[in-house]
Design a protein around this ligand. Sequence first.
Ligand code: SAM
Length: 274
Amino acid sequence: MNERSAKDRFEFGQNWQEYSALVDEARIADAKRRLAAMLQTDDLAGRSFLDVGCGSGLHSLAALRMGAGRVVAIDLDPRSVETTRALLERFAPGHGAVVKEMSAFDLEGLPFGRFDIVYSWGVLHHTGDMARALKAAAGCTKPGGLFAIALYGKTRFCGMWKRIKRWYINASPDRQARAEKTYVSLFGAYLLLRGKRLAAHIENYNRKRGMDFHHDVRDWIGGYPYESIAPDELVALLEPLGFAIVWKNVKRRSGLFGSGNDEYLLRCAGSSPS
Ligand SMILES: C[S@@+](CC[C@H](N)C(=O)[O-])C[C@H]1O[C@@H](n2cnc3c(N)ncnc32)[C@H](O)[C@@H]1O
């Protein structure tokens, strides 16, 4: 493949569209539980919620079910947007949320104003300019509001994964399928060495935010553009904008099978939104 026709990003939307067929009340309950843990509350009554890079729409749905007042969901990928609209229609008919095809960078102009909660899980490291996207999304938070993000942590395997991901997005479907199979086999062997079983890991996987193991494997291997960030680098970027970390879930990982998403909840300086 020549440079001209080389793809420069993974089409997340197709994966989300396939995944969305699996969504049921149990997965919604898991998504709600994890969202509540991250936001430190299960009551979003009357609070505005912006979902940047909504993917399947599962977490916008969870926010609606937790009582959020105004919900806006955006995603760059038209199929993610289509999937989110369909999912909300299916599980929250008459929801009133706004779902738009739009880049995180477009938030720089504050097209929807500011929100009590800005949520962006596993997204801003896929934009091609994570620092700019972080600032754009953070800027949508009201004074006193919450900025909840998950970003790939830095490991010594980040460079290797960047090359694998760039290869994957330009590989044939056959080769992509083989890469996914190889990853799952190697991961299974790694778990076995640690006395764990892959089957049990897969069975428990949807408890992780209502997601699905096999769709997440594709999302991980394909997810490009790709960047990662260490906690001190995040603080250096957001502290000058008036944000302070109030909760975090940062794990040390080898990074061999993935960078893993580190979760952060930050509060914007200023008085709390009403
Ligand atoms: C790994 S998925 C995460 C989806 C969802 N937040 C979740 O937690 O399930 C990343 C999503 O970010 C979207 N995305 C990538 N670049 C984007 C950008 N510049 N602006 C908005 N969304 C973007 C992708 O289309 C994809 O749906």
